[in-house]
Design a protein around this ligand. Structure first.
Ligand code: SAH
Length: 211
């Protein structure tokens, strides 16, 4: 089976699993996930599963990427988006097709460098990659219409909510490391913050400092 064929089968599966946004499904059909996974995982590129990307980290499961992206988009058009935990760069590439400008921060230098190269070779121009600790967000470019956190803290830091624009959305897995977590969606309107739990998930832990 070609990668293209496998990719369109995956998109079909995501639709059956309940992803409704045609925008999200179209973008996931367009972005070649196999260019974001290590060579020894290529065969699994279009399985609906997370995959190891080295250094104890993973590229997220496609269903979860779709679900998180869909939840951000439901708030309306996205101008500025922050992703915390660049990893392979796959989620950032998806977001870049749907938002005007994406900022993505990664604390492991080799992952940051590899992701930067991939994004450049795909000629995606509206992603700014940052090497650093994003556990308190990234105040420099705030406020954001959307913040997507791809690693799980045990508790949410208030700085993340403060960096949301009015009407902005934050999606984040919260819970104990190496256990299941709640995938939470926070929506800000004025000083009011609404929170809902979308799924039970399993993300790698959000850590402090850089490597
Ligand atoms: N979005 C990624 C999946 C990343 S896995 C993708 O599409 O491939 C989570 C990533 O978060 C890991 O690469 C990990 O190193 C990173 N991470 C964990 N804590 C972090 C922090 N405080 N700041 C920035 N990145 C962090």
């Amino acid at each position: 089976m070609t990668f293209e064929h496998a990719r369109s089968k995956l998109i079909q599966q995501l639709r059956l699993e309940g992803i409704q946004s045609e925008q999200v499904l179209d973008v996931m059909l367009e972005i070649p996930r196999h260019l974001f996974v290590p060579e020894n995982q290529l065969h699994f590129s279009y399985e609906d599963t997370p995959l190891p990307i080295g250094l104890g980290q993973t590229i997220s499961q496609p269903y979860i990427v779709a679900k998180m992206t869909e939840a951000l988009l439901e708030g309306g058009p996205l101008k500025r988006v922050l992703e915390i935990g660049t990893g392979s760069g796959y989620q950032a590439a998806i977001l870049a097709k749907l938002a005007e400008q994406v900022y993505t921060i990664e604390r492991i230098q080799t992952l940051y460098e590899d992701a930067k190269q991939r994004i450049a070779s795909l000629n995606i121009k509206n992603i700014e990659l940052i090497y650093g600790d994003g556990s308190l967000g990234l105040n420099k470019f705030a406020p954001y219409d959307g913040i997507l956190v791809a690693a799980a803290p045990e508790i949410i830091s208030p700085q993340l909510l403060e960096q949301l624009a009015d009407g902005g959305r934050l999606i984040i897995p919260v819970g104990a490391a190496f256990d299941s977590q709640d995938l939470l969606l926070y929506t800000r309107s004025g000083n009011d913050i609404k929170k809902v739990c979308l799924e039970i998930v399993r993300f790698v832990p959000l850590r402090h400092g850089v490597e």
